[in-house]
Design a binder for this molecule. Structure first.
Ligand code: PAF
Length: 284
């Protein structure tokens, strides 16, 4: 496994891999790897000849400086994990490699970027869309792998790859959960034991709503209210939002019909902001 720090080196490797007609899979990450990331790596390993994992804590997607500073970083242990998972290349550039001095171009996906996570974290999706564009353009993978936990991020990235004509297939992997049901996230490491235990309120609320949906409830605000009540019943939680939305556009839905629909939630436990979602009516 080679660790690459320079964009030029990554360009020349990806050119060589294309000449050799290898199927290249990219797993973009910000490091602090957990079982959710490793599942993406396994999926990439199964369907690609060459697996590249990027590790880059992207400053432009953090609207809160403290959050950026607190974000866990440990390249040495991440790289050791990835070697065990038979990864071919780790692309771990510095900030200056991705955003060289004078860099002033951003990618903004209108419509999807402003609501929900975008409303709570202004500029977040502009940062995500920009760095994902740079990564896809540098690595030029056939497939890129993302987790369903970040549903709005997935919607933004699918829109941008379609709009900008990237040939990369976006592969979305179901959320990996701890035994308690809590969605795996690098941020879980920042929770106290008690917060971690109580944070299951999010998935418990979402699951209650899904059961109600299966029993025939189609009114979005009734479903959202169930999730809200469950999260608010937990004194350590501070609810940010709950919404029933179209999976592709992330726009709110009143009555659930034929389009794939998600129920999404975000809540703070202390300073740590957690998100999760469930798909109510999976279409494939
Ligand atoms: O999901 C993440 O870890 C990040 O948002 C991503 C896609 C690697 C972009 O920085």
């Amino acid at each position: 496994m080679e660790i690459i720090n320079r964009r030029q080196r990554m360009f020349s490797i990806s050119r060589k891999l294309r000449r050799e007609e290898k199927v290249v899979g990219l797993v973009p990450t910000m490091g602090a790897l957990h079982a959710g990331h490793l599942k993406l790596v396994e999926e990439a390993r199964q369907s690609c000849d060459v697996v590249i994992v990027s590790i880059f804590v992207n400053p432009t997607q953090f609207n809160d400086k403290g959050d950026l500073e607190r974000y866990p970083r440990d390249l040495t242990s991440d790289a050791a994990l990835l070697a065990d998972y038979d990864v071919d290349y780790v692309f771990a550039p510095d900030v200056e490699e991705i955003y060289p001095e004078g860099s002033s171009t951003y990618v903004y996906v209108e419509g999807i970027s402003e609501c929900l996570e975008g409303a709570s974290r202004p500029g977040h999706f502009r940062g995500v869309a920009t760095v994902v564009t740079i990564l896809l353009n540098t690595v030029r993978p056939d497939k890129a792998f993302f987790g369903q936990k970040d549903a709005q991020q997935v919607a933004v990235i699918k829109r941008l790859t379609s709009d900008l004509g990237f040939e990369t297939e976006i592969v979305v992997i179901p959320t990996i959960r701890e035994a308690s049901g809590l969605a795996m996230s690098s941020r879980n490491a920042l929770l106290t034991d008690e917060q971690r235990e109580k944070a299951v309120a999010i998935i418990e609320g979402l699951r209650e709503a899904k059961i109600a949906f299966k029993k025939g409830e189609r009114n979005a605000s009734n479903l959202a209210e169930m999730v809200q009540k469950r999260i608010e019943s937990e004194p350590l939680a501070r609810l940010d939002h709950v919404a029933v939305v179209d999976r592709e556009t992330m726009q709110p839905i009143d009555k659930i019909g034929d389009n794939e629909t998600l129920i999404v939630a975000a809540a703070y436990f202390g300073e740590v902001r957690l998100i999760d979602n469930v798909i109510l009516n999976r279409m494939q």
